[in-house]
Design a protein around this ligand. Structure first.
Ligand code: ZN
Length: 682
């Protein structure tokens, strides 16, 4: 399936070259991500990628579904389509007690008439459950767990995951007609920390744990933004299959998944005795901290599928598996000092410096104290002995003060009344919990804002890191965002460690950022409470900066997911004359202020604008995925069930109850042919 059958009019060498490039890119991806031993530089990799993209653009017939260029879908989704699971994704019983594991084993032995039982013990990754569907070896769909019966179709976002194979490896066994694999989407510890750091800068709430971060990322609308966050995947089960032979137990299932090229969860062990099993579980309580990703427990599963069948499920979870979860670890140490940092929006954040202490596999020397009220509430003083814990096992927090250890020499902390960066008087948010420097010229804020603006989740200016920004600020070249677009190569080349070449590249990067579009610009401005997703929603709704700035608080608050607090923040932002001037200047310097995403093109005049459309039965010209895509492109919203709110039902061959529902509710029914006329497909 990697070699298209000689499409007419395409030179043979282009076909061969495209096939070669696909293969090479996949190989280098594997070397880089799975084996961590790249053979070529990032730049060389980018060149291969660019060449393939160009070839596919020139000859669209060369673009295969499994092409690496399809990993980062250029087609943002409007919301997500809900799709039922073939087999429900049940939840799992949890326990924190080894005694309960013993009880679990006894219960199962009794139910199985004392037959011997083998168990697998698998690390429980702190991520989001996912269902991955392969048809004839091709990755066609990925669904979130949702409510267990139906989940959101997040296929486009999953395509951004470098370790997720888009095609299964042809091994000795035949590829199954349909294979649904269950797994976990997660972030590596270091990536999770980086995302939270960026969010903190952004003034957005940090994710409590990698699971929340993964869930939030999967829900983002722009797959390109998803691609900027390095999600990963492990698989651990088969959910459903057609045409799969020779798999009778979990050990065989995992081996087969591995053979097919899927990233199977590592460190799985098989036990036929309970005591060694319990020992293994206990051993991982500390060993898990050495892993690059977060493991919050171990899953114990019956190996044999026939035994599983016999054990069955309760109303909510299978009887044949249980998750043992590890409790959060704590440590006691001394708080040496409290530092106050100034963020991009002027927010003052107190940070505790601790005597280094070992906690959950890392050395902890800093902890977030959140805000002044938190310090007052917990009565945290400099010199105190404090209990620290990793929330979600990642971010250290001060949980409580050991007041019994006080000597009387501890010093209560007084929160600064003036900004530590610029010396101006600070203010408390209206009714809020944060204290802020409101001086728009505060150097700490300006540099943080510039850094944020250039970040890859915003305007994505390559090569503009903190060191360059600091120099640009200190030399006086850049004081406000528009100054960036007035820079010349000659000016930049004079900075330290900057040659003519890197200066040229930086200016190129700045130039390229002009066309990122409204959503990224809004994300980059650092409006309080407006993160990447909020920016996407606003850009999509208003279409242009002009319309957005004209909107009043009520109009803003009506936008889905925006609400009054965000609406208030946006109007406050644009009512400021200095910021108005910044926007005007950016516009006159050529920065795009319209929504440029593909969905914007159909938004105003799509033939299905605002209509909810249900598809049922077999279609001749579309797959389920492609017709849903087509509905979205035409401005409509695909849905899986017929209700009074449905505008249109597209009926193919062998349509069942949905057609009856449509007739009963008086919803308009069209054939596939009529649908094609409506959306203007030839
Ligand atoms: Zn300041």
């Amino acid at each position: 399936m990697t070699t298209p059958a000689s499409p007419a009019g395409i030179p043979d060498e282009s076909i061969q070259r495209a096939a070669f490039l696909r293969q090479e890119i996949d190989r280098h991806n594997e070397l880089y991500y799975a084996q961590a031993r790249p053979e070529i530089s990032d730049r060389q990799f980018d060149q291969l990628f660019a060449e393939l993209t160009e070839l596919e653009q020139k000859h669209p017939a060369l673009q295969t579904l499994d092409s690496p260029t399809q990993r980062v879908g250029g087609r943002p989704m409007e919301g997500f389509v809900t799709v039922p699971h073939r087999v429900p994704m049940l939840s799992m019983d949890n326990t924190y007690s080894l005694d309960e594991l013993r009880a679990f084993d006894q219960r199962l032995r009794k139910l199985l008439d004392e037959e011997p039982i083998r168990y697998t013990v698998e690390p429980k990754i702190d991520g989001v459950s996912i269902s991955l569907i392969y048809e004839r070896g091709l990755f066609v769909r990925g669904l979130t767990r949702g409510d267990g019966r139906e989940g959101d179709d997040v296929t486009q976002n999953l395509r951004t995951i470098k370790t997720l194979p888009l095609t299964l490896k042809m091994g000795s066994r035949p590829i199954p007609e349909i294979l649904e694999v269950r797994g976990e989407i997660y972030f590596a510890k270091k990536d999770f920390a980086a995302i939270n750091e960026a969010r903190d800068e952004e003034g957005e709430a940090t994710f409590a744990n990698p699971r929340n971060a993964a869930a939030g990322t999967l829900k983002m609308l722009d797959p390109k933004l998803v691609a900027s966050r390095p999600l990963r995947v492990f698989v651990y089960a088969i959910g459903y299959d057609e045409g799969l032979d020779g798999v009778a137990d979990q050990v065989q299932a995992l081996a087969m998944l591995r053979d097919l090229g899927l990233p199977v969860v590592p460190n799985v062990q098989v036990f036929d005795q309970l005591d060694p099993l319990l020992h293994y579980v206990e051993q991982w309580a500390s060993q898990r901290h050495e892993l690059a990703y977060e493991v919050d427990g171990m899953v114990i599963k019956v190996v044999d599928f026939a035994q599983r069948e016999q054990l069955g499920t309760t109303s909510k979870s299978p009887r044949w598996q249980v998750a043992y979860k590890y409790a959060a670890e704590q440590a006691i140490t001394r708080l040496l000092s409290i530092d106050v940092q100034v963020g991009k929006t002027g927010k003052l954040t107190p940070v505790a410096h601790l005597e280094p202490v070992h906690l959950s596999g890392t050395t902890v020397s800093r902890a977030s104290l959140h805000n002044d009220e938190e310090i007052a509430r917990k009565d945290i003083r400099v010199g105190d002995w404090v209990v620290v814990e990793k929330a979600g096992e990642i971010i250290p927090q001060v949980v409580e003060v050991k007041t019994e250890k006080r000597t009387g020499e501890e010093l209560p902390f007084s929160f600064p009344t003036h900004c530590p960066a610029c010396g101006e008087k600070v203010e408390r948010d209206e009714g809020g919990i944060y204290i802020r420097c409101v001086n728009l010229d505060c150097p700490a804020q300006i540099q943080n804002r510039l850094e944020f603006f250039a970040h890859r989740s915003a305007m994505d200016i390559e090569g503009m890191g903190p060191a360059i920004i600091k120099q640009l600020y200190e030399t006086g070249l850049v004081r406000h965002l528009p100054d960036l677009y007035r820079l010349t190569i000659e000016q930049v080349a004079l900075l330290e460690r900057m040659g003519k070449k890197s200066a040229t590249n930086l200016i190129k990067g700045i130039e390229a950022s002009k066309t990122r579009g409204l959503a990224r610009l809004l994300a980059g401005l650092g409006i309080r409470h407006v993160g990447t997703r909020g920016a996407e929603i606003l850009a999509q709704h208003f279409g242009s900066m002009e319309k957005l700035m004209e909107a009043n608080v009520d109009q803003l608050a009506e936008v889905p997911e925006v609400g009054p607090v965000v609406a208030e923040s946006i109007t406050r932002y644009f009512n400021h004359p200095v910021r108005r001037k910044i926007i005007d200047d950016l516009l006159s310097l050529g920065v795009s202020m319209v929504d440029t995403s593909p969905r914007a093109i159909v938004r105003d005049d799509g033939p299905l604008l605002g209509q909810t459309v249900v598809v049922t039965g077999k279609l001749a010209h579309y797959t389920r995925e492609s017709i849903h895509q087509r509905i979205k492109q035409a401005g409509g919203k695909p849905s899986s069930s017929v209700s009074k709110k449905t505008h249109l039902v597209v009926v193919g061959d062998d349509a069942g109850s949905k057609r009856d529902d449509a007739l009963r509710l008086g919803v308009r029914i069209v054939t596939e042919e009529e649908f094609r006329q409506i959306v203007g497909d030839p």
